[in-house]
Design a protein around this ligand. Structure first.
Ligand SMILES: [Zn+2]
Length: 294
């Protein structure tokens, strides 16, 4: 009798448990897909030395922190220095009838226990300023909302800068719209090779990888992959590995100009100047062409 009762109650609990989180998943995923603007940091009380320096505006550029490999322990530091956009990657799939399987922000996993199944939710967040800085974070929790918050927090603390450039032999425009050289990244069985592409080509890669590259500020790239790319977690990590290699790789000084390498973010003034120079250059060439034709 006792066993039977226990089983019944267990079943009821299971039903209750399984039904509740599904609704939360839907609500949270809808929220997560829209790119949110970052919160203001006026009420922030810094706890670390680095945080205090940022708050007092002794440090105004994130590259000072990243170049000296100082540890960022407060996400407000990143919020204060960069204008970030965030996105969640589709790493899971929905459960249910008719095969389920539609792609979803949260990956749902279960542990079998005597009381019933204990579900957990995990997700991967990407933050970036679309100007040479990205961060990727993995968050896992019993509920969906804390998982998302953990992921975003980790992504902000994990922020790193990339090198952009124009490494395609078909282009040679001298603007940092692509990557300067080919890099490969690996995680588990997944290998990804990022190849510089000419201007206007777009991001020729898987959709979740494209989200990362877009937030990093890369506009044109070709990719080649190998291994179990359906495992999105390893796939995303391999892309992070490849992007980190852009800065790790040693470049000879004369190649900085030929490949138009830009490290980290381009200052707005610089970018404008470059655009103006580019326009002037183009106009100049057109004029010269015109005169030549005449
Ligand atoms: Zn180019």
């Amino acid at each position: 009798m006792f066993m039977a009762k226990r089983k019944e109650s267990g079943k009821k609990e299971e039903q209750g448990k399984t039904k509740k989180p599904v609704n939360k998943v839907e609500a949270a995923s809808k929220k997560g897909r829209t790119a949110q603007k970052t919160v203001d940091i006026s009420g922030w009380k810094p706890k670390t030395e680095l945080g205090k320096k940022v708050k007092n505006r002794e440090i105004t550029n994130i590259d000072e922190i990243l170049d000296n490999s100082l540890r960022i322990l407060e996400l407000e530091i990143v919020d204060a220095l960069l204008n970030l956009e965030q996105d969640l990657l589709l790493i899971g799939q929905s459960k249910g009838k008719f095969g389920g399987g539609s792609r979803r922000v949260f990956r749902q996993t279960q542990k079998k226990t005597r009381e019933g199944n204990k579900p957990k939710f995990s997700t991967i967040a990407v933050v970036g300023d679309k100007n040479g800085h990205v961060g990727i974070g993995f968050g896992k929790s019993k509920e969906t909302v804390p998982a998302r918050e953990k992921a975003i927090r980790k992504a902000k603390l994990n922020i790193f800068k990339i090198r952009r450039g124009c490494g395609s032999w078909e282009c040679g425009c001298g603007e940092p719209h692509s990557i300067p050289f080919t890099v490969t990244g690996k995680c588990g069985s997944v290998e990804i090779k990022l190849i510089p592409a000419p201007k206007g080509k777009g991001l020729c890669c898987e959709k979740e990888i494209a989200k990362i590259l877009e937030l990093a500020g890369v506009k044109d790239v070709w990719t080649k992959t190998r291994g179990q790319t359906k495992n999105k977690v390893n796939f995303v990590y391999s892309c992070e590995d490849a992007l980190r290699k852009l800065v790790k790789t040693k470049v000879q000084p004369e190649h900085f100009n030929t490949l138009a390498i830009a490290e980290g973010s381009l200052a707005e003034e610089q970018a404008q100047e470059e655009k103006e120079e580019g326009k002037e250059g183009k106009e100049g060439t057109e004029e010269t062409k015109g005169t030549a034709q005449k």
